[in-house]
Design a protein. Structure first.
Length: 255
């Protein structure tokens, strides 16, 4: 691992992106440092998430987050190469792989920076749902950090915006589905079973669509403490659904 490359990944992503795009001689050092960053940063963040449940989930989380990152790169890099060629940027595959690795390495360093704060909050008793929201926020910031380097690597010229949109679409689609397959990452402490992987339940896109549909259905429901009697049935139904969701999480080991 090169300390110089490590610092440039965080402070000078434009220089790193340009070196990858131009197939600079230091591409090998950039790729090696990025891989080390993924192994360290993503594993540390996954281990912290697993510490919410403890036990084997710490090892599972430390293994699965880097695995999700690397699997996303392995699936997305050929698509990036093809899209870049079609949209007027016929770069060698080595440049695309180096650019993708550098982007993932930068995002993993961001996750590493979040890990101590998340660990402290978990140790202070942060709840499950709050932990899920905080972890999602950390993933979002890390994702934008990766995309900022990836987009910089496109350079100037015709088709830059189209290529950027295509890359971002592939990145989120592949990354989301990969992460969905490898869940759970955050498991409730009272969960009896701690599976390495949950049973296959549709796809990431179906889950997002279901969540959006549920939000649209229930967002317009009135909720008042002094609600009239006719709404009591709906409130009781909502409580029942909440209990059912809790039971599902306990049985399935989290998300």
């Amino acid at each position: 691992m090169s300390a110089t490359v490590l610092a440039r990944l965080l402070r000078a992503p434009g220089e790193i992106a340009r070196a990858c795009r131009d197939d600079d001689p230091e591409v090998r050092a950039i790729a090696a440092t990025s891989l080390a960053s993924i192994a360290l940063g993503a594993a540390a963040f996954g281990g912290v998430l697993g510490s919410f449940r403890g036990g084997m989930q710490i090892l599972y989380g430390a293994a699965k987050v880097p695995l999700a990152v690397l699997a996303t790169l392995a699936l997305a890099a050929p698509a990036f190469h093809a899209l870049a060629a079609v949209l007027g940027r016929p770069w060698p595959m080595r440049s695309i792989v180096a650019l993708a690795l550098a982007s993932a390495g930068r995002s993993s360093l961001v996750l590493l920076a979040f890990a101590p704060a998340l660990w402290l909050m978990l140790d202070l008793g942060m709840g499950y749902h709050t932990a899920a929201i905080v972890a999602s926020g950390a993933y979002a910031v890390a994702g934008f950090a990766a995309l900022s380097l990836l987009v910089r690597g496109l350079g100037e010229g015709k088709g830059r915006v189209t290529t950027a949109i295509a890359f971002i679409s592939v990145f989120f689609a592949v990354g989301g589905q990969t992460a969905w397959i490898l869940r759970p990452y955050l498991v409730r402490p009272r969960a009896v079973n701690v599976p390495f992987l949950r049973d296959r339940e549709g796809s990431f896109a179906e889950a997002v669509l279901t969540s959006l549909t549920s939000a649209a259905i229930y967002s317009d429901r009135p909720y008042r403490i002094d609600a009239p009697a006719e709404s009591d049935g709906w409130e009781r139904g909502r409580s029942t659904r909440s209990r059912e969701v809790e039971e599902d999480f306990e049985e399935e080991g989290g998300q």
